[in-house]
Design a binder for this molecule. Structure first.
Ligand SMILES: [Zn+2]
Length: 427
C-alpha cells in the first residue's frame, strides 16, 4: 500500500466495527487454508467458496466469516456439514487436504472494508471475512481461483483468474469499471505489463501513460535484481475510483489498484509493483513486521527509479515529509501477533519513511549494489513464504558483512524524540 495522509484519515474514520481484536499469529494454525476457489455473482451479491485446508491432526476448522450470511456448507463427500455462524466447521482430522464448499451472501461495505458498492474490493488488513471465508493473518498464504458472474453490461471486471503462488487474503481483489487496457511491454523474463484506465475519470489515459512510462523498466529491474516474479506472466496497474481524498495504492498482485488521482504518480506505480516481492511474494510473519513490507518497498521504489529513470526518485520529498512526522510513532514493535495494526497506530507514514531511510542509510554506507544482493538473498530464502524483519537484519549482515543493528536502532526502534532522525549514511 502506498499510504498518504488522506488514506490514514479514511481508515481512521471507519472505527466501530466489532471485529478488530487482533487475530493472534498462531490462530487458525491448526488448519491452514491452502487454496481458496471463489465464484461471485456481483449483482446478486452471493458467493460460492471452495476452501481447501491442509492436513491436520486437529479436529475442526475455523474461518473468518463475520460479514457473510452462510446458506450451506458441504463436505468433500457431498454431505452437508455442521457449522456455526461464527465460522467453526465440523471437520475431521485428516492426513490429506480437506475441502469445504460454502455458499453465502454478502453485503457491500464502504470505508475500505470489503466489497464497495462502487465496484471494487479492498479487505486490508482484516476485512476478508466481509468478502469470503478466510484467515486474515498476513502469514497465512493461500492460492486463489476467482470468477465473477453478472458483471454489469458495458463494464469490464479486472481481476486475476488465478493466483498460483501463496498469497495473503488481502492480496485478492477485483475492480469493475469502464476500463481500457494499455499493453506497456514485456520484461526480459517474459512478464507482460499493462495498465488500465477509466473512461469516466478525468484525463486518465494521459495520466496512466505518464505514470507508467518507466514501469516496464522498473519491473524488469525488480525481476533481474531480486528474483523471479511469482504471480504469473501478466502484471498490471488498475485505476480505481476509491473516492474523494483517497490517493494511494494497494498491492493486489498481479493487478494492483491505484486510486484514480494517483495513477500518474511513478513512485506509487513502482511501490505497488515492488510489493510483488515484499508484502505479497514474501508475506509478513506478524503485523509487527509491517516495515518489512512497506519500508522495504518504499526504498525499492526509489532505488529502482534511480537506476531506470535517474532524477525521478523522491528521496528529497520523502525526507521532507519524514521531517514533519512524529518521531514517537511505532515502526517495528518487538512482539508478534500482539498488536492491531490499525488500533495500535502502526499504520502511519513512520513505517514507510523510517523504513525507507533505514535501507537508504545502509545503501549510503555500504553501496546500493551490495544492499541489492542482500535483498535478493532474502527473497530467495523467503519467497512464497513468510519473513520477519529480524531475519532481514541477519541477512544484511550475512550477505554484506555490515552489521545493521545500530542503524535499526536509530531508524526502526528509537522513539525517544518527537523529532524523527535525519536521513544520512548509517553508522
Ligand atoms: Zn505499500
Amino acid at each position: 500500500m502506498r499510504l498518504r495522509l488522506a488514506w490514514v484519515l479514511l481508515v481512521a474514520a471507519c472505527g466501530g466495527d466489532p471485529h478488530h481484536d487482533p487475530v493472534p499469529a498462531t490462530a487458525n494454525a491448526a488448519r491452514e487454508v491452502i487454496d481458496t476457489n471463489l465464484s461471485f455473482d456481483v449483482t446478486a451479491k452471493t458467493g460460492l467458496a471452495t476452501i481447501t485446508f491442509g492436513p491436520s491432526t486437529a479436529i475442526g476448522a475455523s474461518l473468518e466469516v463475520e460479514g457473510l450470511t452462510i446458506t450451506q456448507v458441504t463436505a468433500d463427500d457431498g454431505t452437508d456439514m455442521l457449522f456455526t455462524p461464527a465460522g467453526d466447521f465440523g471437520l475431521d482430522a485428516s492426513t490429506k487436504p480437506s475441502t469445504v464448499t460454502i455458499a453465502y451472501s454478502y453485503l457491500t461495505h464502504e470505508n475500505f472494508e470489503g466489497v464497495s458498492v462502487n465496484g471494487w474490493t479492498l479487505n486490508w488488513p482484516y476485512y476478508c471475512g466481509n468478502m469470503f471465508p478466510c484467515h486474515s493473518q498476513p502469514s497465512d498464504g493461500t492460492t486463489f481461483e476467482l470468477a465473477l458472474q453478472n458483471v454489469p453490461a458495458g463494464k469490464t471486471a479486472v481481476f486475476p483468474a488465478t493466483i498460483a503462488s501463496p498469497a495473503p487474503a488481502y492480496q485478492l481483489a477485483w475492480s469493475i469499471d469502464d476500463y481500457t487496457e494499455i499493453e506497456l511491454g514485456t520484461t526480459t523474463a517474459g512478464t507482460m505489463i499493462s495498465t488500465w484506465w477509466r473512461a469516466a475519470g478525468s484525463n486518465e489515459m494521459t495520466k496512466a501513460v505518464a505514470g507508467t512510462q518507466h514501469l516496464v523498466a522498473a519491473f524488469n529491474w525488480l525481476e533481474t535484481t531480486l528474483g523471479a516474479y511469482t504471480f504469473g506472466n501478466h502484471y498490471g496497474s488498475v485505476s480505481v475510483k476509491w473516492g474523494p481524498g483517497a490517493i494511494g495504492g494497494m498491492e493486489h498482485h498481479p493487478f494492483i489498484h491505484i486510486a484514480s488521482p494517483a495513477i500518474g504518480d511513478e513512485n506509487t506505480q513502482v511501490h505497488e509493483a515492488a510489493h510483488g516481492w515484499f508484502g505479497d511474494g514474501i508475506r509478513l510473519q506478524c503485523w509487527e513486521d509491517f516495515v518489512l513490507s512497506e519500508g522495504t518497498v518504499s526504498y525499492l521504489a526509489n532505488r529502482a527509479l534511480d537506476v531506470v529513470a535517474p532524477g525521478t526518485a523522491t528521496w528529497t520529498a520523502d525526507a521532507a515529509e519524514l521531517a514533519t512526522r512524529n518521531g514517537t510513532d511505532p515502526v517495528w514493535p518487538q512482539t508478534c501477533g500482539a498488536i492491531d495494526v490499525i488500533k495500535d497506530n502502526l499504520f502511519t507514514r513512520a513505517v514507510y519513511d523510517r523504513g525507507e531511510f533505514f535501507y537508504k542509510g545502509i545503501a549510503d554506507k555500504i553501496g546500493a549494489d551490495k544492499l541489492d544482493q542482500a535483498l535478493a538473498a532474502f527473497y530467495a530464502a523467503h519467497h512464497s513464504d513468510t519473513g520477519h524483519m529480524a531475519d532481514m537484519l541477519t541477512t544484511i549482515q550475512t550477505v554484506t558483512g555490515y552489521d545493521p543493528t545500530a542503524c535499526a536502532q536509530i531508524w526502526l526502534l528509537d522513539r525517544s524524540s518527537t523529532t524523527p532522525p535525519v536521513p544520512g549514511p548509517c553508522p
